[in-house]
Design a protein around this ligand. Structure first.
Ligand code: KG4
Ligand code: ZN
Length: 391
């Protein structure tokens, strides 16, 4: 099955073409084409992602990303299918009326390449920034109609879960995991613990009551004068502080560590950093030490809650996913803890290129949901949903 996947939930415009051989979850996957455009440079000067700016960038880059992914795959369009009927033109204009610039670029693309023989189009419909999500959703609907291909809406968080178990060594199939499983999803917008009793069955058992972990990283980075996105910037400084053994800057709190439930809270930690730095001129050593102390507090909480969740639900597998799972310290601490304290368990982290947002994970989730694909003309029920939940 040839799957074209589209991801525009935040500040990455990504399109992939993946071939799935077999049924989910035993299929083998070939990544035929993969294109990703990061808007980080555009948002950096504002210190965060602005939804309308993200939308504009997605509109400008989605067709070039489609072209790149398809060209890389070597797949060719149908030569004798480059003319669009008046009826289809009108329908496409209706679908894309909120992104009118896309109409011309899509028509030009079709004139150049014709239709593609794809079996399924998978698109992120949430959660994320709604104006950004709509670009992907409407573009995917337009393509589905133009090429007459079924379309399936995908939950971005399911994509993060599946990208974490995409076999790290073989890179071509999902790992054979033991259920029940706990997923710790940590990204710019989410911090949640999910119980999975089987593939596709999700039950939220814990979540943040305020800021998401990635959000806390980004906000603390800002307080330290570091640029957006804050995660990698803080991680870099924290590593230096560990390597060079800089003295502790502050005893930051580990919120809700012993609350007995599986919820999180990071705004108190963020505020503690704010108090610790206010009216101080920070040296580079101070910044690095704060980054490390903050990161240590975050890691302690995430690790303890994950272990509690596993014990409570008899799970022997932990899946860590979302942008913050790119954090090397977090990964080392989890791997060490699981090796010593929980030797019969397995912890999965995504490959580095699959930690942050990408469209390979959307193709995997699309494949998992292929049975609920919609016909192109029934796709108007697909809505971008910024708060779409996994369970
Ligand atoms: O999953 P993701 O790419 O986008 C969302 O769905 O939100 O996650 C982005 C978040 C940002 O907050 C970013 O600062 C954080 O992931 N992040 C990291 C690292 N790389 C990205 N946080 C900690 N350490 C990192 N190495
Ligand atoms: Zn994400």
């Amino acid at each position: 099955m040839l799957i074209l996947s589209i991801e525009t939930s935040c500040d990455e415009t990504a399109v992939s073409l993946i071939e799935a051989h077999g049924d989910f979850p035993q299929a083998k996957y070939d990544i035929l084409g993969n294109a990703l455009w990061s808007q980080i440079d555009v948002h950096r000067e504002y210190g965060g992602v602005f939804p309308m700016l993200a939308k504009r960038e997605h509109v400008a880059t989605i067709v070039p990303m489609l072209e790149k992914a398809l060209t890389e795959s070597g797949l060719e369009g149908r030569e004798n299918d480059r003319i669009i009927s008046e009826l289809i033109k009108q329908e496409l204009q209706t679908i894309l009326y909120r992104e009118p610039e896309l109409i011309d670029s899509l028509f030009a693309f079709h004139k150049k390449y014709g239709s593609y023989d794809i079996d399924l189009i998978a698109v992120t419909s949430g959660p994320g920034l709604e104006p950004a999500l709509w670009v992907g959703v409407n573009f995917a609907r337009a393509l589905a109609l133009l090429w007459n291909v079924p379309i399936v809406p995908v939950n971005h968080m399911e994509g993060h879960v599946l990208s974490s178990v995409f076999d790290i060594e073989r890179d071509d199939m999902l790992s054979d995991i033991a259920f029940p499983t706990i997923s710790l999803l940590i990204s710019g917008g989410h911090t949640e613990l999910i119980l999975m009793k089987n593939w596709g069955q999700y039950e939220k058992i814990g979540q943040t009551r305020d800021d998401a972990v990635g959000e806390a990283y980004d906000k603390v980075a800002r307080m330290l004068g570091l640029q957006y996105p804050g995660g990698p910037e803080i991680a870099k400084r924290a590593e230096k502080a560990r390597k060079e053994k800089f003295p502790k800057f502050a005893d930051f709190p580990t919120p809700m560590l012993n609350s007995g439930d599986l919820d999180f809270s990071f705004s108190g930690l963020k505020t503690a950093v704010r108090y610790a730095v206010q009216e101080k001129t920070l040296s580079e050593i101070d910044v690095a030490a704060i980054a490390r102390d903050f990161e240590d507090a975050v890691t302690t909480v995430l690790l303890k809650k994950s272990i509690t969740a596993m014990e409570k639900h008899g799970a022997e597998t932990l899946i860590v996913g979302g942008g913050v799972s790119a954090n090397q310290h977090l990964r080392r601490m989890f791997e060490a803890a699981f090796l010593t304290a929980l030797p019969h368990t397995t912890v999965y982290f995504p490959q580095p290129r699959l930690s942050t947002d990408n469209s390979i994970m959307i193709a995997l989730a699309g494949h998992a949901r292929a049975a609920s694909a919609l016909a192109p003309r029934g796709s108007d029920v697909i809505r971008a949903d910024g708060n779409k939940s996994l369970s």
